[in-house]
Design a protein around this ligand. Structure first.
Ligand SMILES: NC(=O)c1ccc[n+]([C@@H]2O[C@H](COP(=O)([O-])OP(=O)(O)OC[C@H]3O[C@@H](n4cnc5c(N)ncnc54)[C@H](OP(=O)(O)O)[C@@H]3O)[C@@H](O)[C@H]2O)c1
Length: 344
């Protein structure tokens, strides 16, 4: 581990040596033992998880995507929704290699290169190993190495479910994506273009070029103009920001349009009064959707944008950056370098 990383992460307790006889199997992981700020993230030894059910798969994690949900759980904001137990491993976005399969697993085998959004009510992927359900897995896109593949699953599955399942977005429709340069937003923009929609998206001045590169038809700089002054007759607003951005979004919708938020529930009463639809969308794991998304990536129509790649030991920095709310694309933690040694 580098000197900088040592300053950032404090090991807790004595670190047992790995036993090559595999009787005593541990792994490096980032765990929290209580809710709090980035300082509660501890880089330490943890028990290596085991396949416990027939449909479970043990994955050697190569890289883990960082998402706002990670620091929201760390802060305790989600404790009523997911009653996690401590110590808890964070991180629900990963790419890696199948190490072991349960007796009922039929679609994957040892050595498969996979990516996944695991169940966020269980331990996450800031670790050398994770156990996930077969239904949460897909083969990773062949055209992406693990670090880039780990940037995709949570953002892409969420964008897919919001745009296509809840939003029923169709070719030729107009969609406004708030936060089009962020983790979910930059994937949502590309998926909406892939579907043939006309895409409007908001971001600040520094991200206008990125919006254009992603294919946005009408980029809007929210620091220079009010989006409601330029956006009109929108079929679907995808709200990745909340607050007053959501409140000001009603006026851009056409009759029968939809306001979908991934951040906070919009007012159903207001929607009714205006003759539009409104809903909060909560993403859920789907290996089947990840398999579809991998095909789109391998066809060259979707590519993740990486803000930065950090070693697992710099997870506190990763959380501080994510919590700033102004990174572009994704932050990824590199965990294994593929030859069995952890990156620190
Ligand atoms: N419900 C679910 O299942 C679900 C799933 C995934 C994510 N989420 C939530 O969705 C939200 C977005 O997630 P994310 O991963 O995309 O976050 P993110 O990567 O942190 O989003 C950052 C982006 O937001 C942009 N932004 C900040 N303020 C803005 C504003 N006022 N108007 C327009 N853009 C603005 C920033 O652009 P500038 O730097 O240019 O300002 C930045 O590129 C988070 O709250 C997350 O928790 C929910």
């Amino acid at each position: 581990m580098s000197r900088t990383s040592q300053a950032i992460i404090k090991h807790t307790g004595a670190i047992p040596q790995k036993d090559s006889s595999a009787k005593y199997q541990t792994m490096k992981a980032i765990r929290i033992h209580n809710y709090g700020g980035p300082e509660v993230l501890q880089y330490e030894e943890a028990p290596r998880p085991k396949v416990a059910a027939a449909t479970e798969v043990l994955i050697r994690v190569h890289a883990a995507g960082v998402n706002p949900i990670d620091w929201k759980v760390r802060e305790g904001y989600m404790k009523d929704f997911w009653p996690h137990e401590f110590p808890l491993i964070l991180g629900w976005d990963l790419s890696g290699v199948v190490e072991k399969i349960g007796t009922g697993v039929s679609h994957f085998k040892k050595g498969d290169e996979v990516y996944s959004v695991p169940d966020a009510s269980r331990d996450g992927a800031y670790a050398e190993y994770i156990v996930v359900r077969e239904s949460e897995l897909a083969l990773k896109p062949k055209s992406l190495h693990h670090v880039r593949a780990a940037a995709v699953p949570l953002a892409a599955v969420t964008a897919w479910q919001a745009l296509f399942d809840a939003g029923q977005l169709k070719r030729g429709q107009r969609v406004l994506i708030h936060g089009g340069s962020g983790g979910v937003g930059h994937v949502a923009v590309q998926l909406a273009k892939w579907k043939g929609a006309h895409v409007l998206a908001t971001a600040s001045t520094k991200n206008q070029e990125l919006l254009r590169e992603l294919g946005v038809d009408e980029p809007i700089d929210y620091t220079k103009q009010k989006f409601e002054d330029v956006a009109r007759d929108v079929d679907l607003v995808l709200d990745l920001i909340g607050g007053e951005t959501q409140e000001r979004s009603w006026s851009v919708l056409k009759k029968g349009g939809s306001l979908l938020s991934l951040v906070q529930p919009p007012s159903v009463e207001k929607a009714k009064a205006l003759g539009v639809r409104a809903a909060f969308v909560a993403g859920h794991p789907s290996g089947a959707q990840l398999a579809e998304i991998a095909k789109i990536i391998d066809s060259g129509q979707l590519a993740p944008v990486i803000d930065r790649i950090l070693p697992l030991s710099e997870v506190r920095r990763a959380h501080e950056l994510s919590q700033s709310g102004h990174t572009h694309g994704k932050i990824v933690l590199r965990i294994s370098n593929g030859n069995g040694t952890i990156q620190s």
